[in-house]
Write a protein of this length. Sequence first.
Length: 460
Amino acid sequence: MPLLIRNGKVVTSTDVFKSDIYCEDETITRIGPRLEAPPSATVIDAAEKLVFPGFIDPHVHIYLPFMGTYAKGTYLTESKAALAGGTTTLIEMICPSRSDEPLAAFELWKSNAAGKSACDFTFHMGATRFDALAESQLKEIVSAGLSSFKIFLAYKGAFGVDDAELFAILKLAKSLGVIVTAHCENADAVAAKQRELLAEGKTGPEWHEPSRPESVETLGVQHLTAFAAIHGTSCYIVHTSCEPAVRAALEARARGTKVWIETLIQYLILDKSYAELPDFEGSKFVMSPPLRDRSNHRFLWNNLANGSISTIATDHAPFDFKGQKEMGRGNFTLIPNGIPSLEDRMCMLYHAGVKTGRLSLNRFVDCGSTEAAKLFGLYPRKGTIEVGSDADLVVFDPQHKRTISARSHLMAVDYNPFEGMTIEGRVETVSVRGKVMVRDAAFVGDNKHGRFLKREPNHF
Ligand code: URP
Ligand code: ZN
Ligand code: ZN
């Protein structure tokens, strides 16, 4: 059924203009004033509203076996939550354990999403080991439509790779034109610091941040970028939390290394004092790299605004407070790492970024959608509003006020890190390839519409 969005203020990464948008057969076919539509068309009145391209979350975990448990939620729940927050495409991290074969992991993660996702999806392929078998299977996976790898310098013994593997994976990626996304923390330094703190009787969640200080993350960034420079591989530092780590990446970029930077909505809004909340409440705010001192906020916002930080993601990794975060009572190193935010990323960014004047509307779209599409081989199919692009559209009411709460969110987790915050701006209508999936801020779609997006390597 055709879709006409009327009278909206259309925002792309470069333009803001009043227009109608007409969509047929999954794509945008006309953009302009006073467009006609057949009686069969769904018509959405967007007067006084903003119309954005569907947002892309480039760093999400849905199926995540991790730290002795599994992240909460499935595609059935989390893809609806994504859409309620305006995210029409998510990129999930495939995180196999070191004993798993890459191809089997790729098939498993794909089967978890197939037929269950309301939004479109693709994956970064976790390269958690390197040997002849892994090499040939990683090549096969790239041919099957994944054009980015994920490596972990942290989590030794689980997902982490050693330096010989790091060297080989970056070399392979360069030869295939694949970008390598990387979790940068020095694993040995973290392990040593954890042991030291526990031996001193420092066991609560407030000790998570001191166990992985900013210097340890910065060291990870320096390590990764030095290795990437050897081969000229494109790399993308995920969840960058603090000024020194961003500076390390920018220094590498100034030396000619092809490096891009992601930060998370959590790092822009929350800070380490949340992990210090009493009665183990702090465990809700344990993730890695940790929430930092508030003094980092200004630097992160400024560098997101000027484009030095390319993208804003969530690293959505939900673990219930009850029964999961509680696994780490008495030992902070056993608290499952992760903070849910898939549903709230773009509304929080609008409220704290656009409304306050920290971010322009264009940059809001750029960091929340366009940059990720360009970096990960989805542009211009995704990430923009152009004739020929997929009809992924978000109609946004910039005036609507509401209070965030776990009682009303769609994510399958028992708390919300932004609980009680009153924000301005609401996602009202969302289409995915021309099908209306959210209307009047309620999910009206189905869990079969989402499609696996094949991506071509574009980092030669
Ligand atoms: O704490 C985090 N970030 N949990 C999810 C796994 C990861 O490191 O991305
Ligand atoms: Zn990570
Ligand atoms: Zn992650």
